[in-house]
Design a protein around this ligand. Structure first.
Ligand code: GLU
Length: 487
């Protein structure tokens, strides 16, 4: 590739980083890294009514957390700044003036009321609404008159007539649009703010973006942008429009949908791991060669290709995300998972931080029991409930097990064994005690272990019984056994 690969993610600061935005950022990032190019984060804040305080900072923090590092942005000036649209207003002015001088753009004095009337008239006549071109051919006198009325102008692009504009898309192939279906669109609003289509074109061109990767919802904007590139004599970048992401029920994923968690911050706050999200998001529309689906960021950089991004919508599958997150949790050092678990335990009032060393060690062992089964770390308080309460809560299955005939004898014998023990419970000595109970009562296997588990945990399934008893401690185990014997 002759030109340097430069990609960008260009969020409007109107909300948190969404799964769809994260995918755009990730695909752009991977493509740039693959070729040793640059990845730019540019803030498109021209839609000031919708801007949200701190949204840009929060989106960037979420990107950084995911491990999507940028080379140039508002906090990292490169050669092509500023990286915030509203700081580039003078630049847009220069190019809009050029377009007006060339005759490719013109001042439009229509009021919103006039535009609205046109629209209604067109709709009533069954025509797709587009600008009426009322101001396309104003004479100098007419212009003067309108200005004397105190009207301020927006600047519109003069869309050429009878042309086919072809978007040569890396994902979708050649997509053709008829210019006659596109009304003369606004480049600069009466207050001087550029529209998205104008700002994005000027910025992508001046920032030497080689590949514009974004969601399918922008495909229909692309012919407008291509017309601006042409009018300004600029080379168009390559475009790649990734298909929509659908909900598990096959509907378009919408930000208001509550069925799935939508924002990266929320995943972070639930104890998902960034490498799991990166891996999962990479597969929303991209398919690697071969069967493997588990990739580190480095592997993704090596394997990713825009040519293998699909035209067909991707379906968001929470089960798959959880499977991947569980995989990366299992791969992680225990200390990392414990560090993530502590705030959840504190929030639920199970512990208070900082922990004394001994308690830290105990919590570490408790978390270790569940590391293999966690889908995400926020599950920890619910899973470890029984360790943080005096009495167990007995499930229906546990009660059924505890009603079996041999149970009182098994529990009584175990209780005596534990009472005779002069040291703390450990996984090792519990093993010996249980052997002893087996010997004395003649009960073994399920008949022995199920009632013990049910009595001390309240459940019939759970992590390693010996380690569980050791962590509950002698006093707690004895009380729970006594409780079952009494009831
Ligand atoms: N600011 C636009 C958005 O958030 C960016 C679109 C583009 O990448 O061109 O959707």
């Amino acid at each position: 590739m002759a030109t340097r690969v430069r990609t960008r993610y260009a969020p409007s600061p109107t909300g948190h980083l969404h799964i769809g935005g994260a995918r755009t950022a990730l695909f752009s990032y991977l493509w740039a890294r693959k070729f040793g190019g640059d990845f730019v984060v540019r803030i498109e804040d021209t839609d000031s009514e919708r801007n949200m305080e701190q949204a840009a900072e929060k989106q960037m923090a979420a990107l950084a957390w995911l491990g999507i590092e940028w080379d140039e942005s508002v906090d990292r000036e490169g050669d092509y700044g500023p990286y915030r649209s509203m700081e580039r207003v003078d630049i847009y002015k220069r190019y809009v003036n050029q377009l007006v001088e060339q005759g490719d753009a013109y001042a439009c004095y229509c009021t919103s009321a006039e535009l609205e009337q046109d629209r209604e008239r067109q709709l009533a006549a069954g025509i797709a609404p587009k600008y009426s071109k009322r101001c396309r051919h104003l004479t100098v006198e007419e212009t003067k008159k309108l200005e004397a009325e105190g009207r301020t102008a927006s600047i519109r692009f003069r869309v050429p007539e009878g042309e086919s504009i072809v978007v040569d898309d890396l994902v979708r192939g050649q997509v053709s649009f008829e210019s006659d279906g596109i009304g003369d669109f606004i480049l600069v609003r009466p207050d001087g703010r550029p529209t998205y289509n104008f700002a994005v074109t000027v910025d992508d061109a001046l920032m030497k973006i080689s590949h514009v990767v974004r969601g399918e919802e922008h495909l229909s904007n692309t012919p407008r942008q291509i017309m601006i590139y042409r009018a300004l004599g600029w080379e168009t970048p390559r475009f790649a429009h990734a298909a929509l992401i659908l909900n598990p029920d096959g509907k378009k994923m919408s930000k208001r949908d509550e069925a799935i968690v939508q924002f990266i911050d929320q995943y972070r706050d639930l104890g998902y791991l960034p490498e799991a999200l990166i891996n999962f998001i990479s597969l929303l529309g991209w398919s690697p060669e071969g069967e493997d689906e588990l990739f580190s960021k480095e592997e993704l950089i090596e394997r990713f290709s825009l040519e293998r991004v699909s035209k067909a919508p991707a379906v968001f599958d929470t089960g798959k995300l959880n499977y991947m997150n569980n995989y990366y949790i299992k791969q992680s050092p225990l200390e990392r998972i414990v560090a993530l678990a502590l705030p959840f335990l504190e929030e639920k009032g199970k512990i208070s931080l900082p922990l004394p060393a001994e308690r830290q060690e105990w919590v570490t062992r408790v978390v270790a029991l569940y590391q293999e089964q966690l889908d995400y770390v926020a599950q920890i308080p619910a899973l470890t409930e029984m360790f943080f309460r005096a009495k167990a809560i007995y499930s229906a299955e546990a009660q059924e097990v505890l009603a079996e005939e041999q149970v009182p004898e098994v529990l009584r014998t175990l209780k005596e064994q534990i009472e005779g023990l002069h040291e703390a419970l450990t996984a090792d000595n519990v093993k010996v005690l249980l052997k002893q109970v087996q010997k004395e009562t003649g009960h073994k296997g399920k008949k022995l272990f199920m009632p013990v588990r049910a009595a001390v945990t309240g459940e019939v399934h759970g992590p390693d019984l010996k380690e569980t008893m050791s962590l509950l401690g002698k006093e707690c185990v004895l009380e729970r056994l006594q409780h079952c014997l009494d009831n």
